[in-house]
Ligand binder design. Structure first.
Ligand code: ADP
Ligand code: DP6
Ligand code: CO
Length: 325
């Protein structure tokens, strides 16, 4: 019996990954850049044994459906090839993040699974190889291997597509992200389906590709200069552009809800009142607000007043994947 256990934190992209160049290998159309956070994470244990006849997947104490387990099995197959083993596995995972709600559970979930498999089978993958492996489970997961600011270099094949931490001189430690939980239930359109539909049908998708590289360059420059305002402005407009592409897909769709708009408006009001803060959203209705730590309390207070205390979660920069003994 071979076992391993790992914890990985979620990450939120400031420059979004939106669209695959290669679905099978999960190679993205564009580079993305994220911040790993400390408030949401996954812990996963995996046990490989000759005595198991099938892969089993438990999430939050519940045995998962055949369809959900199949996704995990496909990932485990990649691991089995690397380890040259046929052993089936039992995966026991706990999400300290709502699952499939646009809060990046696939990032922490698949990064934790990759880390646990690496440990269990003694693969001794370094961070770069682990990032590549996690990428095969969910693109955004390749970034959760690392803490702080992380860039996923899109690359051009399996070898060259991986994430790495970007030097920031500790800038991330000055920042906070306030999560406004608008809906923590499972979304209707998964990230995978949403980006596929957008790439295949959206007339705005080319516009997304045309500007994302410039956004990325500006953001990296702003991180290097520790310019909070520019980081925030670039992040906010990049996120809005990503969401714009879904409106021109066929059939069109949006991840926004009325409360998402209410939260965005509150961010603009905060700015007008002299508190610099900026929003971004992923594939779900929840809104994430980037703010300097010195202003986090004012931002939290505004959202608690508008929504409720339970709907507002404060996060700071988090660390990369860790092995749990
Ligand atoms: P999210 O916004 O939460 O990342 P996605 O649509 O990208 O939503 O991904 C949700 C999917 O990620 C789930 O349906 C499941 O397949 C996978 N996932 C989430 N958490 C875990 C976990 N702990 N272990 C394995 N897979 C997970
Ligand atoms: C909007 O990594 O969840 O959150 O690779 O298909 O598993 P798959 O998708 P996923 O997509 C994340 C999309 C996003 C933007 C981002 O995190 O960069
Ligand atoms: Co995801």
């Amino acid at each position: 019996m071979l076992s391993g256990k790992a914890r990985a934190y979620t990450n939120i992209a400031l420059i979004k990954y939106w669209g695959k160049e290669n679905e099978e290998l999960i190679l993205p159309m564009n580079n993305s850049l994220s911040l790993t956070l400390d408030a949401f994470y996954t812990e996963t244990e995996v046990i490989f044994s000759d005595s198991f006849t099938d892969d089993l997947f438990y999430l939050d104490h519940e045995l998962q459906t055949e369809a959900a387990t199949k996704k995990i099995s496909r990932f485990l197959d990649l691991v089995r090839i690397q380890a040259n083993t046929n052993k089936r596995a039992k995966v026991i995972s706990h999400n300290f993040v709502p699952t499939a709600a646009g809060l990046a559970s696939s990032a922490s979930g698949l990064a934790a699974l990759a880390g646990a498999c690496n440990e269990a089978l003694g693969l001794e993958l370094d961070k770069q190889a682990l990032s590549r492996l996690a990428r095969r489970g969910s693109g955004s997961a390749c970034r959760s291997i690392f803490g702080g600011f992380v860039e996923w270099e899109k690359g051009h094949d399996d070898q060259t597509s991986y994430a790495q931490q970007i030097p920031s001189n500790g800038f991330e430690d000055e920042l906070a992200m306030v999560f406004v939980l608008i809906n923590d239930q499972q979304k209707d359109v998964s990230s995978r389906d949403g980006m596929r539909r957008t790439v295949e049908t959206s007339h705005f998708y080319q516009g997304w590709l045309d500007s994302v590289e410039t956004d990325l360059m500006e953001l990296k420059q702003a991180i290097a200069e520790k310019s909070f305002q520019t980081v925030g402005e670039v992040m906010e407009r990049n996120g809005l552009k990503m969401h714009g592409t879904t409106l021109a897909a066929n059939p069109p769709f949006t991840y926004w809800s009325p409360d998402s708009l209410k939260a965005m408006q509150a961010v603009r009001e905060l700015r007008a009142s002299g508190i610099p803060c900026y929003f971004t959203m992923d594939a779900g209705p929840n809104v994430k607000v980037l703010v300097e730590k010195k202003n986090q309390t004012a931002v939290q207070a505004k959202f608690i007043e508008l929504f409720s205390r339970q709907q507002v979660i404060l996060a700071h920069a988090g660390q990369g994947i860790t092995i749990i003994e």
